[in-house]
Design a protein around this ligand. Sequence first.
Ligand code: NAD
Ligand code: UDP
Ligand code: UDP
Length: 312
Amino acid sequence: MKRVLITGGAGFLGSHLCDRLIKDGHDVLCVDNFFTGSKTNIAHLIGHPYFELMRHDVTFPLYVEVDRIYNLACPASPIHYQHDPVQTTKTSVHGAINMLGLAKRVKARIFQASTSEVYGDPEEHPQTESYWGRVNPIGPRSCYDEGKRCAETLFFDYQRQHDLDIKVVRIFNTYGPRMHPNDGRVVSNFIVQALRGEDITIYGDGSQSRSFCYVDDMIEGFVRMMDSERSLSGPVNMGNPVEFTMLELAENVLRLTNSKSKLTFKPLPTDDPRQRQPNITLAKEKLGWEPKVRLEDGLKETIDYFRKLLGA
Ligand code: NAD
Ligand code: UDP
Ligand code: UDP
């Protein structure tokens, strides 16, 4: 049994990670300021003898005793991270400094939830970990992209300077139950719109593509990375390499929900990447990890979740 701190533990990915680590028999401390996360995501764990919830903002120092840290705290959807962009950068940068300072003091292994956004609007396709990215430093997405890039810098500097045991994963678009219904990300938007019979909002002409990973696959990857040998620090890409256009995603959602919703076309947001697909060779070779859940099956689970949530 390990004492594990999960920052952002009441969020979408964090709450699934809490479930997994409790199931594996660990002692979990979930820290969250509830900016985008919610108590309902972890309500079923409250009262469990090895689960503890703490309201705390990671931009402030945190003194606890743990063996491992998963640093997930950061709003992940464009609507939320652009709501207070200064706070977004602070969360990524000051949050990383505080959690690294904590890891240094207690000699904990520390995991960083980085993102495919560090590649920006990439010229290399699919993206490998050695690609340095093409990121706008002054646009509306920069608070998130550059904040996450700086957090990676801090992780590797703490490793070089203080010999910290770090694990950095670059997460590509992930979806599943407990996504926030107003989160603004494409999978939740399309499902909620389809279930409510509202128009499906396609940004641009819908020919841009993404690859979507189901949450259970992603959590399995996190745990394998955390348990891997010390020499593997990353960054390691994690995501599903199967790519779909937004039009194809909309067609799938309409079919699986039996919805009569129509498509409506809206302007493409600034700096919206055309294409994104992970190269996951490194994760396959070093961790024996690759996604198993097909989009169709993951969408069905997610649709069931939103049906219950919306009473639709
Ligand atoms: P989420 O918004 O559901 O979860 C983030 C959690 O962090 C929330 O519970 C939020 O309340 C909390 N939080 C935000 N700021 C905080 C602060 N200052 N102090 C304490 N808690 C704070 O998003 P998610 O999809 O679960 O993302 C989790 C992590 O994974 C994030 O770091 C995100 O950048 C990363 N990520 C996610 C995806 C994805 O597709 N879901 C892709 C790439 C990276
Ligand atoms: N920190 C923390 N918890 C700890 C230890 C440190 O939150 O258990 C914070 C501390 O406030 C500091 C940051 O982590 O600002 C970085 O710590 P580090 O020891 O690297 O730097 P220093 O304290 O020398 O600034
Ligand atoms: N998108 C869309 N309609 C929506 C929400 C998003 O067409 O209602 C598009 C968006 O422009 C982008 C893709 O879907 O091209 C994925 O968007 P998301 O915000 O989920 O993730 P990210 O852009 O960070 O990959």
